[in-house]
Design a protein around this ligand. Structure first.
Ligand SMILES: [Zn+2]
Length: 346
């Protein structure tokens, strides 16, 4: 009987060693302490067969075994519970040394990026920024800028007029360029003036790869004493290099605008092929980028500035075109479709 008690104790130790979870422990508890067929109750049951003189020793051994086994089960069950809790905690543990997740931020539209960059470059040169109104009168959009009454740009084919049938006065229109800001600035401020105007302009164009009825222009005006074409060229060159890179070259070709004399188109060296010739520049190595000229004396007179005393230059360009060149966007429609997959790249 004492041997049996020892054997049960040893078996239990081995099995307890192997029990690694709550379920195994429960099974063990049933096997040894179960009311029906449990090994310990069975041993107690055999106590009555033990001869009287051994009863005390066997009883003591059995009690000791029962207490030891109960204690062991309790300990192991506590250890398993503690392990479980630790594992759970480590799963939910917050590692404060990990880098944080970036909040999802929006990005600026490529046209806005280019506009802000242009404004920054001109602000550095001391220009003020004035977007000007998009709804304009004939005077500011055409007349004061020296457009002849029969100039084709004044035709309803090219310009959006608001209420073209208005009986009194001339109808308002959606400005066709940002040059209206030239007149408004010179009317409002005595020279010297330096202003950059960036904003939306409107023309009755079909939507194509290159054209849109609404697009964005930037226009610079400077009026001061002794200003000549060299100042204009240097300013344009500085501006182009700040936007497209220091290696950019420019060239001027004679052109015509009603409000400047002389007038020129400015080409810049193609920055895709660095002037060698490629598909984007039609193998010429040059790309048309802006129009410019010395402010026409009649325009100065129209706003009460004496062209004998003051002179100035103006130049303007499409912000959309600059954005398309800078970011290699072949189709202007891409800029206005607001496809997030496109915009998220900026
Ligand atoms: Zn090229």
């Amino acid at each position: 009987m004492l041997d049996d008690i020892t054997r049960v104790g040893e078996d239990f130790d081995t099995e307890l060693e192997g029990a690694s979870d709550v379920k195994a422990l429960d099974e063990l508890r049933v096997k040894y302490f179960g009311r029906k067929g449990g090994l310990i109750p069975a041993l107690f049951g055999r106590l009555k067969e033990v001869p009287k003189e051994q009863k005390k020793d066997v009883g003591d051994a059995l009690n000791k075994l029962r207490d030891r086994l109960e204690e062991s089960l309790k300990e192991k069950s506590e250890r398993i519970a503690a392990d479980e809790a630790r594992r759970k905690e480590s799963r939910e543990h917050v590692d404060i040394t990990l880098p944080g997740r970036r909040p999802r931020l929006g990005s600026l539209h490529p046209i806005t990026l280019v506009r802000l960059r242009m404004e920054e470059v001109f602000r550095e040169m001391g220009y003020s920024i004035d977007p000007g109104p998009e709804i304009e009168s004939d005077w500011y959009n055409f007349e004061a800028l020296n457009f002849t009454p029969d100039h084709p740009a004044r035709d309803t084919q090219d310009t959006f007029f608001l209420d073209a049938n208005a009986k009194e006065g001339t109808p308002l229109l959606l400005r066709t360029h940002t040059s209206n800001v030239q007149i408004r600035t010179m009317e409002k401020f005595k020279p010297p003036v330096k202003v950059l105007s960036c904003g939306r302009v409107y023309r009755r164009d079909e939507i194509t790869m290159r054209r849109s009825p609404m697009f964005h222009q930037a226009e610079a005006l400077l009026v001061d004493k002794g200003i000549h074409i060299g100042h204009m060229r240097a300013t344009i060159e500085h501006f182009i290099r700040r936007i497209f890179g220091e290696e950019a070259q420019i060239r001027l070709r004679p052109s015509f605008f009603p409000f400047t004399e002389p007038s020129a188109e400015v080409d810049m060296s193609c920055f895709f092929c660095k002037g060698k010739g490629c598909g984007t520049c039609s193998q010429t190595g040059w790309m048309e980028i802006l129009g410019c000229g010395m402010v026409h004396p009649q325009v100065l007179r129209n706003v009460g500035i004496d062209p004998e005393e003051w002179s100035g230059f103006a130049f303007g360009m499409g912000i959309d075109r600059v954005a398309m060149l800078k970011y290699d966007i072949p189709n202007i429609r891409t800029l206005f479709e607001n496809d997030l997959r496109v915009l998220q790249q900026f």
